[in-house]
Design a protein around this ligand. Structure first.
Ligand SMILES: Cc1ncc(COP(=O)(O)O)c(C=O)c1O
Length: 384
């Protein structure tokens, strides 16, 4: 998941380093704190929120940790669940926070299986459901509308991990189910989105938002050292991290001034192109008997593998193709998926092991669309 920062973000970040503002307190970063509040409010508005509580942070892990920390403080001792395809950070964070965590099965598209969730809700004390809108491995978008219907009956908290997928709210070429999920993202209790993934920012820029600003009281702490110059909100008062790079806020602010979060705008058009590139690659792979595909991409991530008759053989061939493509300067990724998910797509394959190493491509640069012909030439060369 590598996307170069926009030149304006690099420049703004570098220029602000002459001051090296600290967005913990207004005393350490007056202008950069104001910029952070502006950016975060604009991101919240993208999700349909005119009021919110939120801030930037180190990245998706830190943002999800805070969201689950708040969830745990509101419903202590109760369970957190996420799909088995959710980012591994959720189970690890839960361990850190000593929250009871479990995963829920996925359907054939790698999305949370809401029937499985419903049967768990009937018998378990589930306080928080994490919905991934853009799972890291596959880009799968959990069926948020169905999860929200279950919330009406069972009254759990909904946390949306849109660290990867959040900005896809702006694009107009999603399939119906993903579109429906993004349309209702504003009904979640908390949302994570990473400007350092699809938001064209240097690393160290995640964002956490809560719908109900009153959860700010959970962050209440005494800081005898830091908040001197103003009674206005210091970002450190609503964040678990203390010192934070104000430069991240300056870079994001400059980028969002140049490329506002508008449907149909230049930023949204670039994301639309990423998704088109993913659909194009998927269609080529799906049409070619040398390859096996899994699910049609919901965002811009494509998972596939070289054809084979046995799971172990496919895994070996994936690893080989990864190396051969890299030698030809095409850098793919490897990802392991459970046999239970793949068997539904590959009925002809013998599963002699529990998981299969597949190839995975995040077509997250707008240039990928123009480069697809060249990408395909290399894949064509390296395929048996
Ligand atoms: C859906 C999702 N959540 C959380 C994370 C963790 O984010 P970070 O690497 O910024 O800590 C990722 C990273 O890929 C992700 O894709």
């Amino acid at each position: 998941m590598l996307k170069p920062p926009h030149p304006i973000a690099r420049l703004a970040y570098a220029l602000s380093m002459w001051i090296n503002p600290n967005n913990h307190a207004l005393d350490g970063g007056r202008a950069s704190s104001a910029m952070e509040k502006e950016c975060v409010a604009d991101i919240a508005r993208m999700f349909g929120w005119d009021t919110h509580l939120g801030h930037l942070c180190g990245g998706g892990t830190m943002a999800n940790l805070e969201a689950l920390w708040v969830a745990g403080r509101l419903r202590p001792g109760e369970r957190v669940v996420a799909s088995s395809q959710a980012h591994y950070t959720h189970s690890r964070i839960s361990e850190v926070l000593q929250l009871d965590f479990d995963s829920v099965a996925v359907d054939e598209r790698g999305r949370m299986d809401t029937e499985a969730l419903e049967s768990r809700l009937k018998s378990e004390n589930i306080a928080t459901v994490v919905a991934s809108l853009g799972a890291t491995g596959t880009g799968a978008v959990d069926p948020l509308p169905a999860i929200l219907e279950l919330q009406k009956v069972h009254g759990f908290r909904v946390h949306v991990d849109a660290a990867y997928g959040g900005y896809f709210r702006l694009v107009d070429n999603l399939d119906a189910d993903a579109r429906a999920a993004f349309a209702r993202i504003g009904e979640a209790d908390s949302i994570v989105i990473d400007p350092h993934k699809h938001g064209l920012q240097p690393y160290g820029c995640g964002c956490l938002l809560f719908r109900d600003p009153s959860v700010g009281s959970i962050y209440k702490h005494d800081s005898p050292y830091t908040y001197f110059s103003s009674d206005a909100l210091h970002l450190g008062e609503i964040s678990l991290e203390c010192s934070r790079a104000g430069a991240s806020a300056v870079a994001l602010w400059a980028t969002m001034r140049m490329l506002p979060l508008e449907p149909g705008g230049a930023f949204a058009r670039d994301l639309t192109a990423c998704r088109e590139a993913a659909l194009d690659l998927y269609a080529r792979l799906d049409d070619d008997t040398r390859f096996l595909t899994v699910m049609r991409p919901e965002l811009d991530i494509v998972v596939w593998a070289p054809a084979g008759t046995r799971a172990s053989d496919i895994s070996t061939r994936s690893a080989r193709m990864f190396d051969e493509a890299a030698r030809a300067h095409l850098h793919l990724a490897l990802a392991k998926f459970p046999a239970t998910l793949l068997a539904r797509h590959w009925p002809q394959v013998e599963f002699d092991q529990d998981s299969v190493t597949c190839l995975r491509s995040c077509l997250m640069k707008p240039e990928h669309a123009q480069w697809l012909e060249r990408i395909w030439e290399i894949l064509d060369q390296v395929a048996d």
